[in-house]
Design a protein around this ligand. Structure first.
Ligand SMILES: *[C@@H]1O[C@H](CO)[C@@H](O)[C@H](O)[C@H]1NC(C)=O
Ligand SMILES: *[C@@H]1O[C@H](CO)[C@@H](O)[C@H](O)[C@H]1NC(C)=O
Ligand SMILES: *[C@@H]1O[C@H](CO)[C@@H](O)[C@H](O)[C@H]1NC(C)=O
Ligand SMILES: *[C@@H]1O[C@H](CO)[C@@H](O)[C@H](O)[C@H]1NC(C)=O
Length: 505
């Protein structure tokens, strides 16, 4: 039936479209002529013929890279607004970029898009009250942390240093000072934002309070942040971080996670972070446990670590007293910001989820599957599992409904959502092809399913989500949360222009 209907219609369609009353096709856009004059003189329009184009468009998640036809290196807030207005007028999909660490596979849906390159909005200005800092939307974590450190200050940010402070913050900002000051997003007290229609607004507790609420947890859906004001705090001393590293062979998986559960059950929860890596050592994953705290002295950390030492580590370090930059360097995060931008050798797909507590049997299953994958698929040699556990005290004291971050869960155990487990299956960029990508997706999901055994529900950290995650797992299972977010989205971004990163619809 259908083919005939189409045939019958075809002559009619072609007859009407052959009519020469149609307006002539507009000439193709020339971004240098049509777009550049709408921007400030310091802004730069970069097109694919420019050798620098790949520098600006590099994305860590190589296989899901967006495809851009133009980069706008903005110099002012007004440039961001002009770029958005231009993109809307010409129906060009757009997104904003700082470091290119976004993992969401939907970024790959951008075709012929505009990349609004925020990196140069990187000012860091400590406010007169010395209790806040005003930061440009393109600043990296290490620029803010470094500037604050020099001035005797600190704030809660993600551990990763070469990621954007706003991009990582609006999705949560889990990090090592979360138990002391709250999440990265709990530090945000005011934003300047370019909305989907190019209008610039402020958002804080008094002005646009609903937008202010939504930006802290679901920000990627609502605007491009050109500036944010954060709370800052006096740092304690100069070498006030205690750090210790221990590594264990794979047969200790249950014992190590059992012990972490035991420790975390204390009330109040210990003011300490642990990061575990499972790294590949001669095709055998080892467990690399790093304990660090801003509240424990070295001798307190010694005492804390005693029960882990009793599990016979392969290796252990002495307890170090470090300043924060020293801690970052010791842990291998002190990459210069630009070191994160040029194409790196390998790329990975992340299979993340937060857990309410570790289930040792599930961790065993995950470990075994991971080990099998890296043994049998040599292309995935650079893969790793990354378990983050941070202090949760201050994070839990922030009222649960006060931000769009849905994972405060005050009734949970101390472990709750202080922890994310991320399996990163990594490969050399030049080995990537559709077959390998298919294998990575299939095996990655198997490993993710294994680690979620024994959990009530999946909770996903939006910053590490890749597109398989449900909206509820990212933005909350309480119905009112998604209702409120959808209502705001309808009002502020009805055409879903900000739809390429964990979109609400
Ligand atoms: C962006 O900032 C870098 C580093 O400060 C500078 O070299 C470059 O000229 C800036 N680009 C533009 C277009 O302003
Ligand atoms: C910790 O490391 C030190 C120095 O390598 C070593 O002497 C000690 O035996 C280790 N402790 C345990 C419990 O393995
Ligand atoms: C794709 O990658 C897989 C795994 O590395 C490899 O075995 C296969 O030969 C590659 N296929 C093509 C067509 O390159
Ligand atoms: C842009 O959207 C906002 C929020 O919906 C609205 O208040 C504003 O009037 C819009 N601006 C224009 C120029 O339409």
């Amino acid at each position: 039936m259908l083919p005939f209907a189409l045939l019958a219609l075809a002559p009619l369609t072609s007859a009407s479209s052959s009519c020469d009353t149609h307006p002539p096709k507009p000439p193709p856009l020339n971004f240098h002529i049509d777009l550049a004059p709408t921007l400030s003189t310091s802004a730069l329009v970069v097109t694919p013929d420019n050798p620098q184009f790949s520098y600006y468009t590099h994305q860590n998640l190589k296989s899901k890279s967006p495809q851009y036809s133009v980069v706008v290196v903005v110099a002012t807030e007004a440039d961001v607004s002009a770029a958005v207005t231009f993109a809307n007028k010409h129906d060009i999909p757009f997104t904003a970029k700082v470091s290119g660490h976004g993992t969401w596979a939907g970024l790959g849906d951008i075709k012929g898009g505009m990349n609004i390159w925020l990196r140069n909005l990187s000012s860091v200005v400590v406010a007169e009250d010395r209790g806040h800092v005003v930061v440009g939307g393109g600043a990296m974590v290490d620029e803010v942390v470094g500037r604050l450190w020099e001035g005797g200050k600190q704030t809660a940010t993600a551990l990763g240093q070469c990621i954007g402070i706003t991009g990582s913050g609006i999705g949560g900002g889990l990090g090592p000072l979360m138990g002391v000051y709250g999440l990265g997003l709990d530090q945000f007290v005011g934003f300047r934002v370019v909305l989907a229609n190019g209008t610039v607004v402020s958002a804080d507790v008094e002005t646009n309070p609903d937008l202010f609420w939504a930006l802290r947890g679901a920000g990627h859906n609502f605007g491009i942040i050109t500036e944010v004001k954060l709370r800052i705090y006096d740092r304690k001393g100069s070498s006030d971080w205690s750090y210790r590293q221990l590594s264990f062979s794979g047969d200790k998986v249950e014992a190590v996670f059992d012990e972490i559960n035991n420790k975390r059950r204390a009330s109040p929860p210990p003011p300490l972070s642990e990061i575990l890596y499972q790294l590949i050592d001669v095709l055998q994953a080892i467990i690399d446990l790093r304990l660090f705290s801003n509240a424990f002295s070295p001798s307190q950390l010694e005492a804390y670590a005693a029960s882990f030492l009793a599990l016979s580590p392969l290796k252990n370090t002495t307890t170090l007293a470090l300043d924060y930059p020293g801690l970052i360097a010791e842990m291998g995060y002190a990459t210069a910001p630009e070191g994160c931008t040029p194409p790196a050798g390998s790329f990975g797909s992340v299979f993340g989820a937060a857990v309410e507590r570790h289930v040792p049997a599930a961790m065993r299953k995950m470990y075994n599957l991971f080990n099998e994958v890296i043994k049998t698929i040599p292309e995935l040699w650079a893969s790793y599992i990354f378990v983050e556990g941070y202090g949760t005290e201050a994070m839990r004291q922030v009222p649960e409904r006060s931000t769009a971050w849905a994972h405060r869960v005050p009734h949970g155990m101390c472990w709750t959502d202080g922890s994310g487990i991320n399996v990163v299956l990594a490969y050399k960029a030049d080995q990537m092809n559709a077959t390998l990508e298919g294998i990575v997706q299939k095996r990655g999901e198997e490993i993710r399913a294994a680690k979620l055994e024994g959990q009530d529900r999946q909770r996903s950290y939006v910053n590490y989500a890749v597109k398989q995650e449900s909206l509820e797992s990212m933005y909350g299972y309480e119905a009112w949360r998604l209702e409120k977010l959808r209502g705001l989205k309808k009002e502020l971004d009805p055409k879903n222009r900000f739809g390429f990163f964990a979109p609400i619809f």
